[in-house]
Design a protein around this ligand. Structure first.
Ligand SMILES: N#Cc1ccccc1Cn1ccc2ccc(-c3cc(N)[nH]n3)cc21
Length: 239
């Protein structure tokens, strides 16, 4: 899997060299390439923004540098196997199933906007050439797309076959298909008693049936408390 990042702050992605994603890069599972969008400007000030047509606050990212960067980084041929991701507050909420789908992609290009966003023609052009995803991390506004790109990268790469030492652990996580759309149950380890707080006795009983039942009950309780929106979905084990 090749991952490209287009941003006016490419140093944001240096962190990928020290994280587990960096390990995947060393193992050859992923290739990481960060690019400075200003490298595709031609004026002295390396300008990437301009005032919004129709007026309004803030600045909008000009289309020209994006188009030239696309030509060089992706090419000028249409290829639906290339996934181009535009993080945006107006995007579709990013989910674990979206991460799972992207984990089989061979090429992902993250377009990290700044200011008030990117000229919409850039997204329209990308849609005419590649598979585009406009995604939101959640109902809050970041200053740009870089943090979202890092979060999406981690969610996707950890699902790439061969990345996780113990792939079975993925099946028990919140939001994974194996959890019936339920939140993960509380976890405990040694010591059994810590600052007057004890591990639930059932977990020390060695009775696998009771443990499984306790864990499911806890998942159902937590999901009902914290994510009632998940309890109505068809995938959840509770209705
Ligand atoms: N767009 C926009 C915008 C609109 C108003 C105010 C500030 C911004 C900043 N911004 C510029 C690029 C960009 C990319 C992604 C997010 C983003 C994603 C999630 N889930 N929250 N925020 C924000 C981004």
């Amino acid at each position: 899997m090749r991952l490209d990042y287009l941003s006016i702050f490419p140093a944001y992605f240096d962190v990928l060299d020290i994280s587990l994603v960096g390990k995947a890069a060393i193992n050859g599972l992923v290739e990481i390439h960060a690019h400075d969008l200003r490298d595709w400007t031609h004026d002295r000030h390396r300008t990437v923004d301009d005032t919004p047509c129709g007026g309004g606050a803030g600045m909008v990212m000009k289309p020209d540098p994006w188009g030239e960067a696309f030509d060089e980084i992706i090419g000028t041929e249409s290829d639906p196997s290339v996934h181009v991701i535009f993080p945006a507050p107006s995007g579709t909420p990013f989910t674990q199933s979206a991460a799972a789908e992207l984990s089989s992609a061979q090429r992902i290009v993250f377009c990290c906007g700044r200011y008030e966003g990117i000229d919409h023609r850039v997204i329209d052009y990308a849609r005419s050439m590649w598979t585009v995803h406009e995604v939101s991390l959640g109902d809050y506004v970041l200053n740009g797309g870089e943090v979202a790109a890092l979060a999406i990268t981690e969610a996707v790469v950890r699902l790439v076959p061969g990345f996780m030492g113990n792939p079975e652990s993925l099946a028990e996580e919140s939001f994974s298909a194996g959890q019936d759309g339920l939140l993960e149950y509380p976890l405990f380890t040694r010591p059994v008693s810590w600052r007057g707080l004890d591990v639930p006795e059932v977990l020390m009983s060695g009775h696998h049936g009771r443990i499984a039942s306790w864990r499911r009950d806890e998942s159902v309780r937590l999901t009902r408390e914290r994510r009632p929106d998940l309890t109505d979905s068809d995938s959840s084990g509770i209705h």
